[in-house]
Design a protein around this ligand. Structure first.
Ligand code: CA
Length: 330
């Protein structure tokens, strides 16, 4: 505790003038993306978590997408079911040889029978984030991309707000190996719901670079595209992304590289290099209960928004980020 206080003072005092002079212009146009909904408070990717996120005034709500056996895009983070549902109890014989249960082996109707649980380790049955929503309590279901778009568009109508969607194409290679073209299916649905150009309130994201390039070139999508980055970039890679994408989505770890021996933050040059190429930067994942050595969530947000100058962040706690931006833009 004592060490943390010293650390906060050390960081804040020399920078306080800098913050007060520049913070207004730097925080007014920052973007909040509700990562898997308000997943810090309710089981991730449930409709309840999306509705709660909506009420926290994010700019976008995220949808990770995996296809069912009958080709319905399900809003779920992994191609597996066994670490967020009770599938092993309901369909004990439907696992593959690796003992895992795959979304793509279940029809949409079967998937709707599952109860969604707070994320846990299937081996130990312990929650990944023990201070979040209690494991196994209440009742939650999986749902389709269409259902979630209708929820968000419905709330946009009833509240008069305009929250966007931020779908992610998950593991296109795995889908192809299982005979399905997930990108084509998702683009068709987005088109049906009015998301076709960069001015529509939708950002499409993917880790698979050849697939995102294909979405722009072969599938001719005019949507705003964000290339996710889960690894260290090689020379010339950013220029390649810029040839088809509008932004990048790096991990915090690719932006904040750590601290020097005096306690000063070491930033990478990724954000500057991306901005030089007119790529926006939306970084993941900002969690109030996973601070990775940073003394507070506020401090982490300062480092991301102000120190590193990212344009937006994916967060499990949209309310806390909204409070931070409101406080710092007055
Ligand atoms: Ca995602």
């Amino acid at each position: 505790m004592h060490k943390n206080i010293i650390f906060i003072l050390f960081i804040l005092i020399p920078c306080s003038n800098f913050f007060s002079q520049t913070i207004v212009s730097r925080t007014n146009d920052k973007v909040i993306i509700a990562h898997r909904g308000a997943s810090g408070y309710l089981p991730e990717h449930t409709m309840e978590s999306k509705a709660m996120a909506y009420a926290m005034h994010p700019d976008f709500i995220e949808q990770d997408l995996v296809l069912s056996k009958d080709g319905v895009p399900i809003v779920i983070h992994d191609i597996y079911l066994d670490d967020i549902t009770d599938v092993a109890e309901k369909f004990p014989h439907k696992s593959r040889d690796d003992n895992r249960f795959y979304v793509i082996d279940f029809t949409y109707k079967e998937l709707l029978q599952l109860n969604v649980l707070e994320r846990y380790n299937p081996k130990t049955k312990e929650a990944v984030f023990p201070n979040r929503f209690p494991y196994g309590k209440s009742h939650f279901n999986l749902h389709s991309l269409q259902d979630e778009i209708e929820l968000i568009q419905g709330l946009n109508k009833s509240t008069g707000n305009d929250v966007g969607i931020y779908p992610e194409i998950k593991n296109p290679k795995f889908h192809r190996e299982n005979g399905k073209d997930i990108s084509k299916i998702v683009l068709k649905i987005l088109n049906d719901y009015g998301y076709t150009t960069k001015s529509d309130n939708c950002i499409l994201q993917c880790f698979d670079a050849p697939e995102l390039k294909r979405i722009r070139t072969d599938l001719k999508s005019e949507l705003f595209l964000v290339q996710l980055i889960g690894w260290k970039l090689e020379e010339g890679q950013l220029e390649n992304y810029q040839s088809y994408a509008d932004g990048i989505g790096p991990s915090i770890k690719h932006i904040i590289n750590g601290f020097d021996k005096n306690g000063n933050v070491i930033y990478s040059d990724l954000v500057k290099n991306a901005h030089d190429l007119n790529l926006i930067v939306h970084a993941f994942t900002f969690r109030a209960d996973q601070l990775e050595g940073i003394p507070s969530f506020e401090k982490l947000l300062e480092l991301g928004f102000i120190g590193a100058n990212v344009d937006g962040i994916f967060t499990d706690f949209p309310d806390k980020v909204s409070d931070f931006l409101n406080k710092n833009s007055q």
